[in-house]
Design a protein around this ligand. Structure first.
Ligand code: HEC
Ligand code: HEC
Length: 375
C-alpha cells in the first residue's frame, strides 16, 4: 500500500496490491434515490405519528364507519386532518380532540393508560400480544376437544383434522423438520439419512397408533455390521451388495420361502448367505420385518426402489460392512400428548398414512428373534 498522492488520472491515489480506487461521483440514479429516501422520511414524519412520548393508550371506535383510532403517546402527524374518519392519532389529547372525535361518532372503547403493559405507549408488540391472546381464546375449545380425541377420531372429523393440521405446521417445523425436512421428505445421504415420511414405505408402520408410538418412544434402527456375521469377507459383502441392488431392480426375486425366482443362477451364492444371516431381520423374501404385521425391528424392505441410506454400490457396501444405527429421538418427555397427536395427524396426512395395521402375511421368515421392540 502506498501513501495517497494527488493524481491526474481520476484516482484517489490509494493503492492496495496494485488495485487503485477511482474518484468518480456516485451514479445519478443513486443520488436521486438517496435524496428521495430522505424526503420520504421527512414527509412520513410530518404526516404520520412517529416520535414516542410515553403517554399510554386509548382506543376509540366509530361503529358506523368501521373506523378505529389508537390514541397513544406519539407525535400526532397531520394525516388525521386529511382523512379524519379513518385516521386519528395524537399525543396531545385535549378536550377539543375528544369532543371532535365524539362529534364524528367515535366512542371510547378501551383505556389503557396506566396499564403496565402499555406504560411505554402503544406498540405493535403489545398489540400483537393482545391479538395472540384473543386467538388463543378462540382456539381453546378446539384444543380442549383435541385432548379428548384419539388420532383416529381426529382424522375422521374434517373440522378437527383441519384445525390439527393448522397447529401442526409450527410443531413440525420446530421439532421434526431439522431431520425430516419441512415437507417431511427426508434425506437420503449415507449415514446422514432421515426417512421420508410422505411415502407409503414404512420402517415401523404408518397406522395412527403406530405413528404415535414412534413419536412418543423414538426409534433406534439397528442394522448390525455384516448383519452380525463377522465371518463374511469383503468379497461376500460385495456379492451381497450386488444381490440387494438386484432385488431392488427386480433382477433378482425371492418367494416367501426365500427361494430365488429370478436371477436364480447368478445370485445363488449371495442368496445362500442372505438366507443364513440377513433373513433374520429382513425376512426370507427380503421385504423387511413385516411378518405378522410386525414392523418393530425397522428392518428396511430391500425389494423396493426406496433406499433409506442410498442405493449406489458403494453406499450399500458401506451399509452392509459397517451397519447403520439411526436414531429417532424420543418426544414423550418433551411434547405433551396433544402435540404428539397433532403431529401424528400431520405425518399420517403426509400421504402414506395406513388406515390399519396390515393383516399377517404368509411369509415364513425366521425373524422371531428380532420381533421385539427396539430397546
Ligand atoms: C434428530 C433427527 C430427528 C428428529 C428431530 C426427528 N426424527 Fe423422526 N426419525 C429420525 C430417524 C433417524 C428415523 C429412522 C429411525 C430408524 O431408521 O430406525 C426417524 C423415523 C421416524 C418415523 C418412522 C418412519 C417409518 O418409516 O416408520 C416417524 C413417523 C418420524 N420419524 C416422525 C418424526 C416426527 C413427527 C418428528 C418431530 C416430532 C421427528 N420424527 C423428529 C430422525 C429424527
Ligand atoms: C439384526 C437385524 C438385521 C440383520 C441381521 C440385517 N439387517 Fe439390514 N437392516 C436392519 C435394519 C433395522 C435396517 C434399517 C436401519 C435403519 O433404518 O436405521 C437395515 C438396513 C439395511 C440396508 C439399507 C437399506 C436401504 O434402504 O438403504 C441394507 C442394504 C441392509 N440392511 C442389508 C442387509 C444385509 C445384506 C444383511 C445380511 C448381511 C442384513 N442387512 C442383516 C436390520 C438387520
Amino acid at each position: 500500500m502506498s501513501e495517497p498522492s494527488n493524481t491526474d488520472d481520476n484516482t484517489t491515489g490509494h493503492e492496495w496490491d496494485g488495485i487503485q480506487e477511482l474518484n468518480n461521483p456516485p451514479p445519478r440514479w443513486w443520488t436521486v434515490g438517496f435524496y428521495a429516501g430522505l424526503a420520504f422520511v421527512a414527509g412520513y414524519y410530518i404526516l404520520y405519528p412517529s416520535s414516542p412520548l410515553n403517554l399510554g393508550i386509548e382506543k376509540w371506535v366509530n361503529q358506523a364507519v368501521g373506523a378505529e383510532v389508537m390514541v397513544n403517546g406519539h407525535t400526532k402527524g397531520i394525516m388525521h386532518l386529511v382523512n379524519p374518519n379513518s385516521y386519528y392519532q395524537g399525543a396531545t389529547w385535549t378536550q377539543d380532540d375528544i369532543d371532535a372525535l365524539q362529534k364524528r361518532g367515535f366512542t371510547r372503547l378501551v383505556i389503557k393508560a396506566g396499564d403496565p403493559k402499555y406504560q411505554n405507549g402503544w406498540t405493535y408488540v403489545n398489540e400483537a400480544r393482545d391479538a395472540i391472546a384473543e386467538i388463543e381464546d378462540i382456539r381453546k375449545p378446539y384444543m380442549d376437544q383435541l385432548k379428548t380425541m384419539t388420532v383416529r377420531e381426529i382424522l375422521n372429523d374434517p373440522n378437527m383434522k383441519q384445525f390439527a393440521l393448522g397447529r401442526a405446521r409450527v410443531l413440525f417445523g420446530d421439532n421434526c423438520a431439522a431431520c425430516h425436512g419441512s415437507g417431511g421428505a427426508g434425506v437420503v445421504n449415507g449415514s446422514h439419512s432421515f426417512p421420508n415420511l410422505t411415502d407409503d414405505d414404512w420402517l415401523y408402520g404408518g397406522w395412527p397408533e403406530k405413528i404415535v408410538e414412534t413419536i412418543t418412544l423414538g426409534r433406534q434402527g439397528m442394522m448390525p455390521a455384516k448383519g452380525g456375521n463377522d465371518s463374511l469377507t469383503e468379497t461376500d459383502v460385495e456379492s451381497l451388495a450386488h444381490f440387494v441392488i438386484a432385488l431392488s431392480k427386480g433382477e433378482a426375486k425371492l418367494n416367501s420361502e426365500g427361494e430365488l425366482t429370478a436371477g436364480v443362477e447368478q445370485y445363488a451364492a449371495a442368496n445362500k448367505m442372505f438366507q443364513e444371516t440377513c433373513f433374520a431381520c429382513h425376512g426370507r423374501n427380503a421385504r423387511g420385518a413385516m411378518r405378522n404385521g410386525d414392523f418393530y425391528t425397522g428392518a428396511a424392505n430391500l425389494t423396493d426402489v426406496i433406499w433409506r441410506f442410498g442405493g449406489s454400490f458403494d453406499t450399500v457396501k458401506e451399509t452392509i460392512t459397517y451397519g447403520r444405527q439411526a436414531k429417532m429421538p424420543t418426544f414423550g418427555g418433551k411434547l405433551d400428548e396433544t402435540s404428539i397427536k397433532i403431529l401424528a395427524v400431520k405425518v399420517h396426512q403426509f400421504g402414506g398414512g395406513m388406515a390399519n395395521e396390515p393383516a399377517p402375511t404368509t411369509q415364513t421368515s425366521g425373524n422371531d428373534a428380532a420381533s421385539s421392540p427396539p430397546g
